[in-house]
Ligand binder design. Structure first.
Ligand code: SF4
Length: 444
């Protein structure tokens, strides 16, 4: 959350833009592309800044679920207030929320100078008298630490999961070409990026629109060939009709992390059917077993959705049993949010808010024990760690099993260990907690 400015007097100084990003890593990539374009047009741009001198604010919103929408609206309102007090000159809003509720927002928040949808970057730039520079495509300025970056391989989603509003905001699936993505990865590697997070609403669909066949395995191989990229990890794969060759590439290329983020949403067949997930629990179990057979040390991250319309205690218990049994390495839980214009909106949102919270907590309690056991098993091992930052008394990094922001971390005491941020080091693990590991750097 930003701090908000005190009243200031307008000056004739050059324009300065502050881009505020809310929501997920896909939105962050959009902000990075916006920043790249603005800098290419000689704009002075900062990101998520508390500085008081930017006179133009662009809020890149999220509209995923109720909580995210609330945060986006509150952020816009806070900057509208700053504008009313003369603290800024212009306020623009872009991103998912703006795409979905543009008309309503225009009526409700007149302080905003203009709203733009998710695919309207050229229009937003034009409003700032900036050109959309095609030559800058693939030359993204990142806002993440220098050694890692997100690489968005496609936009939109062609699936029809009944609870999901994303296709309403991001449209149909559009894959970027392998050539473009490799070029972008090469540019990122030249800037010092060592780790790429491949992101999309739905990774496994990659290529079907553009090449008329699934091409994620080919893309993974092409990116693994990029000099300087040492870790590539996969985020957001849809489980139904999963292209299993992905595991072969993962097994054969050391650059592809043994890591898969595969949101399963639920495990009870009746709920999966109502969610229109096109998969059963038996098929899901078969897929996970196959992944673990080909890649025995694979880290599987999943996200689950509790409180879907009509979810009975029995159906929820089926999910709990599944989580306890599957022992995923990482689990995140969302509570169902009743989103208008989705297929599920026709159903009754009949699981109470209290029950949703309770069910989410119950899943996380099961997972907490699993995570603690899995971490405990790492004590005594030496793991390759990429260091992200120094925090207090510790250098903090991640193993191949951990993605930034969402997964576990490895901490080494700064007083007795020497590491450089952005470098890999081998760490002997000496202590495990539920979600984090502690250890000491091993020097060759
Ligand atoms: S695959 Fe993911 S993004 Fe696509 S509709 Fe389903 S939940 Fe939404």
């Amino acid at each position: 959350m930003q701090t908000f400015y005190i009243l200031k007097t307008k000056t004739l100084k050059q324009d300065k833009v502050n881009v505020i990003t809310l929501g997920c890593s896909k939105n962050l990539v959009d902000s990075e592309n916006l920043i790249t374009q603005l800098r290419g047009n000689d704009y002075d741009v900062v990101h998520d800044s508390d500085e008081e001198d930017p006179n133009i604010i662009i809020v890149n919103t999220c509209g995923f679920i109720d909580l995210a929408k609330e945060e986006s609206v509150n952020t816009i309102l806070q900057y509208a207030d700053v504008k009313n007090k003369g603290g800024i000159d212009k306020l623009y809003v872009t991103g998912c929320l703006s795409q979905r509720y543009k008309d309503q927002l225009e009526d409700d928040i007149p302080e905003v100078d203009a709203f733009f949808g998710t695919l309207e970057l050229p229009g937003l730039l034009a409003k700032l008298n900036a050109d959309y520079k095609h030559e800058l495509i693939g030359e993204r300025i990142t806002t993440t630490p220098q050694h890692y970056a997100y690489l968005k391989i496609s936009e939109g989603c062609n699936r029809t999961c009944s609870f999901c509003a994303i296709p309403l905001m991001r449209g149909k699936h559009i894959s970027r070409s392998i050539e473009d993505l490799v070029k972008e990865a090469e540019n990122l590697a030249k800037m010092g990026v060592k780790e790429l997070m491949l992101i999309a609403q739905e990774l496994t669909y990659y290529g079907l629109d553009l090449y008329k066949e699934r091409r994620l395995p080919e893309l993974m191989n092409a990116l693994a060939d990029v000099e300087g990229i040492e870790w590539i990890r996969l985020h957001y794969a849809y489980p139904s009709k999963f292209p299993k060759e992905i595991f072969d590439v993962m097994a054969s290329r050391k650059e592809i992390c043994n890591y898969l983020d595969i949101p399963l949403q639920h495990a009870n067949d009746a709920v999966l059917h109502r969610m229109r997930r096109q998969i059963t629990q038996a098929e899901t179990r078969e897929l996970i077993a196959y992944a673990r057979k080909i890649i025995p040390d694979i880290t599987i991250r999943t996200t689950l959705l509790v409180g879907f319309p009509g979810e009975t205690e029995e159906e929820f218990q089926d999910l709990c049993d599944f989580v306890a049994d599957m022992k995923f390495e990482r689990v995140g839980v969302f509570q169902y949010s009743h989103e208008e214009s989705t297929i599920a909106h026709d159903l009754e949102d009949d699981v109470s808010a209290e029950t949703k919270v309770n069910r989410a907590n119950r899943i996380m309690a099961i997972q907490q024990e699993i995570s603690a056991d899995k971490n405990e098993a790492k004590v005594g091992r030496t793991l390759k760690v990429l260091f992200d930052r120094k925090e207090g008394e510790y250098f903090v990094g991640r193993t191949e099993a951990d993605s930034p922001e969402v997964d576990n971390e490895v901490l080494v005491e700064a007083a007795i260990n020497y590491v450089r941020i952005g470098d890999f080091a081998n760490v002997h693990i000496t202590e495990a907690r539920e979600y984090d590991l502690f250890g000491d750097v091993v020097h060759e």
